[in-house]
Ligand binder design. Structure first.
Ligand code: GLP
Length: 247
């Protein structure tokens, strides 16, 4: 573990080793505090983390029965049962394979008739649980965290946002037809994320090396929303060798 600014940085040899370190951190949080409030992320990066958490549940009895979970974001226009919705992703990767109470899993409602109210509901539900204890984050190649694209404000809250064309393109890999990729999302804000007690950011692969460098040691700017994470003194970055190669 080394320090860069006030961030702790832990480097794993491979992506799988890095995911296992993250899963160990989350499981430690749940052991210390079984009624933890966990902030969860989607994307390709955390898939191996969820696989390891499912293994720890099955083999070591790690229990999710008392946790509440809050996901960072959801696509506007995709219902909970849409195969590419983030709600479905979470069910497939984690929720349906562990003993979490579905009523305690919160993902913003991307098909609400009043999207602004759905965003406010997510924010209020987090507050009702006393805030997030441990928030898991990935990072987009343009420096976004959750769906806070470049230009997002430091004090932004959960809201409806337009996705940039580079993010839409990056997410097209999950959809059969590029025209189906949603162009808007409900996302927790940067201000919301920074209120979490601890934050774990995970990045793997050479394609993330440049943005990891900018986020950790580049200029702090709204052009790279992840650079705002240095405002928080409880952030740990978990990187594999490739993602750490420009530090
Ligand atoms: C999406 C998600 C982010 C995620 C990012 C990176 O846009 N909204 O939460 O961190 O993609 O995804 P990946 O891990 O697939 O690179």
């Amino acid at each position: 573990m080394k320090l860069i600014g006030n961030a702790s940085v832990q480097v794993g040899e491979t992506a799988v080793e890095t995911a296992n370190l993250v899963a160990a951190r989350i499981s430690q949080q749940m052991t210390d505090q079984p009624a933890s409030v966990l902030g969860l992320a989607t994307g390709g990066t955390p898939v191996a983390v969820y696989q390891q958490l499912v293994r720890l549940h099955r083999q070591n009895g790690l229990s999710f029965s008392r946790v509440h979970t809050f996901n960072l974001d959801e696509y506007v226009g995709l219902a909970a049962d849409h195969p590419q919705s983030y709600r479905m992703f979470m069910r497939e990767q984690l929720f349906d394979s562990v003993d979490v109470d579905p009523e305690r899993t919160f993902v913003p409602d991307g098909v609400a008739s009043d999207l602004a109210a759905a965003a406010a509901d997510h924010e209020n539900a987090i507050r009702d649980q006393g805030g997030i204890d441990l928030q898991l984050l990935g990072i987009g190649q343009n420096g976004h965290i959750a769906f806070n694209e470049p230009g997002s404000a430091l004090d932004s809250r959960t809201r409806v946002v337009d996705l940039t064309s580079s993010t839409i393109q990056a997410n097209a890999r999950f959809f059969a037809d590029a025209a189906e990729v949603p162009t808007r999302a409900i996302t927790m804000g940067i201000g919301t994320i920074l209120e979490s007690k601890s934050i774990v950011v995970m990045a793997t692969g050479a394609a993330k090396a440049e943005i990891v460098r900018r986020a950790l040691v580049g200029e702090e700017t709204r052009d790279c929303p992840a650079s705002y994470l240095r405002r928080h003194d409880g952030v740990t970055w978990y990187l594999d060798r490739e993602a750490a190669s420009q530090l």
